[in-house]
Design a protein around this ligand. Structure first.
Ligand code: NDP
Length: 261
């Protein structure tokens, strides 16, 4: 039996075990997926080996360690600077990032996007910025503080003071504003101006109507929360655990059911 796990801290809220175990069950795979609270990210690979895992997902705050400590790193994970999926293959641990392709799959229903503004400049913003740029979409970033812009040297980055709103097809909230509070991810005046000239709004937060989603829909934008991004990154991760030999559509159907259990 193969054993998989998700590492993070905190981890009790993670629904990854629910998604993966449902797909494992429906696809008749001989495996189980659990969750592990890891305080010290530098112990990630040691724990992976001690537990004899075949694969793992990694979430906050250990995604950078996942990339750093893996034996072999995918080009995408290196460019993003973090990994959320570890796979054991031929005694080596491979690091991948499925957040970026997961995000691109999630925004497909919006149709053609040419320009996007990312609110936030954290780890998730990095994966999204990379994904959008690879899709030839013009990306700007707007963040509360300037400190994080060093990680986004290849992008136009603005703070509230020097931002001049312009029309964007897609606005993405990649901040944690609205996760456990009623905060908007940027000053309301800036958001009003942006929403007046945009078409789509995407929030990486899932499972609740955030103030960002609420406000953007009141401005008439088509909106989407982060549930599909979560779903698709998990679908891709399970397929990577099995060396890309599984049926993605079957995993998706199964995990979709688990998402709403
Ligand atoms: P980070 O801690 O790396 O970055 C957080 C970002 O949010 C920073 O840019 C920070 O700005 C900004 N921020 C936080 N609070 C506020 C606020 N009140 N107003 C404005 N900006 C704020 O977090 P991550 O990038 O890892 O995660 C961000 C979100 O993405 C989380 O809510 C997480 O749950 C979600 N997520 C969703 C996924 C999915 O599959 N749907 C996958 C991964 C993450 P500053 O630099 O000024 O501090």
């Amino acid at each position: 039996m193969r054993v998989f796990a998700v590492f993070g801290n905190p981890i009790s809220h993670s629904i990854s075990p629910r998604l993966h175990n449902k797909a494992i069950c429906d696809l008749g795979l001989n495996a189980v997926y659990t969750r592990i609270c890891l305080e010290n990210g530098s112990e990630l690979i040691d724990r992976f080996k001690i537990l004899k895992l075949s694969g793992a997902n990694v979430t906050l705050p250990h995604k950078a360690y996942a990339l750093e400590l893996a034996d072999i790193k995918s080009e995408m994970a290196c460019k993003i600077g973090s990994a959320n999926t570890l796979v054991l293959k031929d005694n080596k641990i491979y690091a991948h990032n499925t957040d970026a392709p997961g995000f691109l799959s999630a925004i497909l229903p919006f149709g053609k996007i040419k320009t996007a503004l990312i609110l936030g400049a954290g780890g998730t913003a990095k994966a999204i910025a990379y994904a959008l740029r690879e899709s030839k979409i013009d990306v700007d970033l707007l963040n509360r503080s300037k400190d994080r812009f060093v990680d986004f040297a290849e992008f136009e980055c603005f703070s509230y003071e020097n931002f001049t709103p312009k029309p964007y097809d897609l606005i993405i909230n990649s901040t944690s504003a609205g996760l456990n509070d009623e905060n908007l991810p940027a000053p309301i005046e800036i958001l009003s101006e942006i929403f007046s000239h945009s078409k789509f709004a995407f929030d990486v937060i899932y499972g609740r109507v955030t103030p960002f989603l609420d406000m953007s829909s009141r401005f008439g934008l088509t909106t989407k929360d982060g549930a599909d991004m979560l779903l698709y990154q998990a679908v891709l991760a399970l397929n990577l655990f099995y060396d890309n030999t599984l049926d993605l559509e079957k995993i998706k159907i199964s995990m979709s059911k688990a998402l709403y259990l």
